[in-house]
Design a protein around this ligand. Sequence first.
Ligand code: AMP
Ligand code: ZN
Length: 113
Amino acid sequence: MECIFCQIVAGNIPSDILYQDEEVIAFRDINPQAPTHLVIIPRMHIPSLANLSEAQLPVIGRMINTANELAKKEGVSESGYRVAINCGEQGGQLVPHLHMHLLGGRKLSGGLG
Ligand code: AMP
Ligand code: ZN
């Protein structure tokens, strides 16, 4: 098992886990790009958004709901935040395990790439 996020799921790599349930785990990004920068992942190893099957679609809703709840806990729900999923090389995806970024706590750039 060489996937770094699967290692986090398995507890083999320490991480600052803020939330977990039977489907998703959320932890602080190790290299934060904003005061709040969390990573939300499915426990299941899905390589990227492009590999998501129709049967797996509900996990995206769980990830979004987790992002919304953690945005409240982090105190950025009112001020605003961004969720982003990078997909593939040109989409800026470095870790090949589906994940959603939650960014907030400062005025984010208007650009998306
Ligand atoms: P992406 O470019 O969308 O694949 O983003 C991967 C993110 O995972 C980056 O923001 C990294 O800083 C973050 N990351 C990589 N390894 C770890 C780790 N061990 N713990 C927490 N975040 C990590
Ligand atoms: Zn994985």
